[in-house]
Design a protein around this ligand. Structure first.
Ligand code: ADP
Length: 357
């Protein structure tokens, strides 16, 4: 190897590049390749083994002009294991050698797909209430001289407007928890206070449906994060527990330390409601997924509640667990890292401030 590759300075430069690099000699044989070139299945037996890239190489050989292209390669031999989305640039670097630079854009592509999906979903969900409101307004115009009819349609219009408001609020909440990181400027959060506030907020709804809400468990536990987000998450779980239960049943919130890991706090919301079939259990956390659209709609659901809960859990370095049996009920458990007050740095700073007062 002479020229470029014998130059001791160049090899570390190639190694330091964030991109994946492959260098070909004048026979298109691989002289040097980053380990990731093998991960992306681009190189095999000292040769480039992806047809699109080989074509780019041939074109650059013909006229010396660099080429760029986005390509998709399978992640692995197993079908269904997904794809890598790669940006590939091929350029001549003299002495018959070619440099191939590869950037993995899979994560960016995934994010873009997710955004596009979200926008499509939201537009679809917004169309229903907006369409209903337009239709009701038209009907009111047509029956302007029938006061009873007008009153009835106006009430339905108000219900649709409320639904629209709730949906917009949930979308805003979801985008807030999707982007946010509750641990950037966290506060000490008292779990008992969070539970009490959440229970308070569903009390009226529960009473209206003759459902008793109780709470209990280990008192005095703390976590770290954003109290208002945790209240939102627990309240969403309670809303659902009430919404998907029959009258004269019981909903409870239990706080405990994880028996296997005392560094974790478990907040379990237990209902005796309709339950969730095993095949739907993995899907209920997806945005806009509802087992029964009509029931969700009738009770004012948006299909976003559990997506929000999942993001709040993740933002706090925690998870959400689900146990459910159709006809018996469901238990959703928010698991969050525990804050042991005396060890928390936040607590130390606060004590110092108090000393200065
Ligand atoms: P929604 O606004 O429709 O309640 P969620 O994201 O909160 O949306 O929940 C998604 C779906 O999961 C619900 O439509 C319902 O089918 C199911 N689900 C959620 N919580 C419960 C529960 N406690 N019992 C039974 N089904 C539930």
């Amino acid at each position: 190897m002479g020229g470029l590759l014998s130059d001791d300075a160049v090899i570390p430069v190639l190694a330091a590049l964030r991109s994946t690099v492959v260098v070909l000699d004048d026979d298109d044989e691989v002289l040097r390749a980053s380990a990731s070139a093998y991960t992306y299945n681009l190189v095999h037996d000292d040769a480039v083994c992806v047809p699109e890239v080989s074509e780019m190489v041939a074109l650059v050989r013909q006229d010396g002009e660099p080429r760029e292209q986005e390509i998709t390669v399978p992640r692995g031999r197993v079908s269904g294991s997904g794809h890598f989305f790669l940006h590939v640039r091929v350029a001549s670097i003299g002495e018959g050698r070619l440099l191939i630079l590869i950037e993995d854009r899979s994560a960016a592509k995934r994010l873009e797909d997710m955004r596009r999906d979200l926008v499509a979903n939201i537009s679809h969900e917004l169309k229903t209430p907006v369409g209903a409101i337009a239709l009701l307004a038209e009907t009111i115009e047509d029956s302007a001289d029938d006061a009873a009819l007008v009153a009835g349609f106006a009430a339905r219009m108000r219900a649709e407007a409320t639904r629209l408001g709730v949906l917009v609020q949930d979308v805003i909440e979801l985008s807030r928890v999707q982007d946010g990181d509750a641990l950037v400027s966290p506060e000490d959060v008292d779990v008992d206070a969070v539970v009490a506030e959440s229970v308070d907020r569903v009390r009226v709804e529960a009473q209206a449906r003759s459902i008793v809400v109780v709470s209990g468990g280990t008192a005095g536990l703390m976590v770290r994060g954003d109290a208002s987000l945790i209240v939102t998450a627990v309240r969403n779980l309670l809303d659902n527990a009430v919404r998907y239960s029959e009258p004269h049943t019981r909903v409870s919130v239990g706080v405990s330390l994880d028996p296997a890991d005392p560094g974790l706090v478990r907040i379990a919301v237990v209902d005796q409601g309709i339950g969730i079939k095993p095949e739907d259990q993995g899907r209920v956390f997806e945005r806009f997924f509802r087992v029964d659209r009509a029931r969700s709609r009738a009770t004012g659901g948006t299909g976003l509640g559990l997506a929000i809960v999942k993001h709040v859990a993740a933002n706090h370095g925690g998870t959400i667990e689900l146990w459910s049996a159709p006809g018996r009920g469901s238990t959703f458990t928010l698991v969050l890292p525990r804050l042991i007050p005396d060890e928390g740095a936040g607590r130390l700073i606060r004590n110092e401030e108090e000393d200065h007062r």
